[in-house]
Design a protein around this ligand. Structure first.
Ligand SMILES: Cc1cc2nc3c(=O)[nH]c(=O)nc-3n(C[C@H](O)[C@H](O)[C@H](O)COP(=O)(O)OP(=O)(O)OC[C@H]3O[C@@H](n4cnc5c(N)ncnc54)[C@H](O)[C@@H]3O)c2cc1C
Length: 233
């Protein structure tokens, strides 16, 4: 599906802190706007007389009647401060849809790797894949964050897993708290990816360092570069 890139105005409907400094923002979806899961928009953040654009991946799916984003608020970040101050009902312009990080829906095993808010486009991709009734292959997610306070949307992931036997996810913490309470995987996503090689399509989203490391490991272990799709934040 190809959509022309246009400017739209959206109204902030909801803002919820889902993890430390991570906010889920829901905006109204302009009537004529559509997108492919994995794509992003550029918000035009007012900056004096002009505006500064910042990219954010859409975490909702086309059938939702809102546009959802998952944004990490950086203490001195320009857009971060704007979103932090933004009240419910306020309007913001954006441009989109943009990006080529989209799912190949053909019958292949899909393996997603996200770190931090890199989960945003991947949540949209996974939800839309699971929504297609004809899904006949496993969909896996490896989600890495630093510690327990950085985990978000586990409730949503659990629910998706309960509803879809073909979906499974694993969370790994690179620096779990010293309480010893964390029972799950420890270490970085790169420490665990090798256990899951196989005939997969890989979709990576997160920092440049994570994407580079995972790509290197995959390619060194025989994965074809064309089977590795990625988005860098
Ligand atoms: C395709 C794409 C999709 C993206 N999707 C998402 C998403 O879904 N969620 C998300 O949270 N982010 C996403 N990003 C990142 C996002 O676009 C922004 O880069 C991010 O939110 C930071 O923007 P900001 O204006 O708040 O920070 P900026 O003002 O750009 O600052 C960035 C960093 O630099 C520091 N900084 C600012 N000024 C200075 C200075 N003078 N000296 C030193 N350091 C300084 C800030 O503290 C901050 O850590 C995406 C990026 C891309 C390219």
């Amino acid at each position: 599906m190809s959509m022309s890139i246009q400017n739209y105005t959206a109204t902030l409907l909801e803002k919820k802190e889902v993890a430390k400094n991570v906010f889920e923002l829901r905006f109204s979806k302009p009537e004529s706007f559509d997108f492919t899961p994995g794509q992003f928009v550029q918000f035009l953040i007012p900056n004096g007389e002009k505006h500064t654009s910042r990219s954010y991946s859409i975490s909702s799916v086309s059938s939702d009647d809102y546009l959802e984003f998952c944004i990490k608020f950086l203490p001195d970040g320009m857009a971060s401060q704007y979103f932090q101050a933004m009240g419910i009902g306020a309007q913001l312009e954006f441009r989109g849809p943009l990006g080529r990080f989209i799912v190949d829906e053909n019958s292949h095993d899909h393996y997603f790797v996200a770190t931090g808010v890199g989960l945003a486009p991947i949540m949209s991709m996974i939800r839309s894949l699971l929504d297609t009734n004809k899904l006949d292959h496993p969909v896996r997610l490896l989600f890495g964050v630093r510690d327990e306070d950085d985990i978000f949307w586990e409730d949503k992931l659990k629910e998706l897993k309960q509803k879809n036997s073909l979906f499974d996810y694993t969370i790994t913490l690179s620096q779990p708290k010293p309480t010893g309470r964390w029972q799950g995987l420890k270490g970085r996503v790169t420490d665990h990816i090798l256990h899951h090689l196989g005939k997969h399509r890989f979709y990576l989203c997160g920092s440049a360092a994570m994407v580079k490391d995972i790509r290197t490991v995959l390619i060194e272990n025989g994965v074809d570069a064309k089977d590795i799709h990625f988005e860098i934040f």
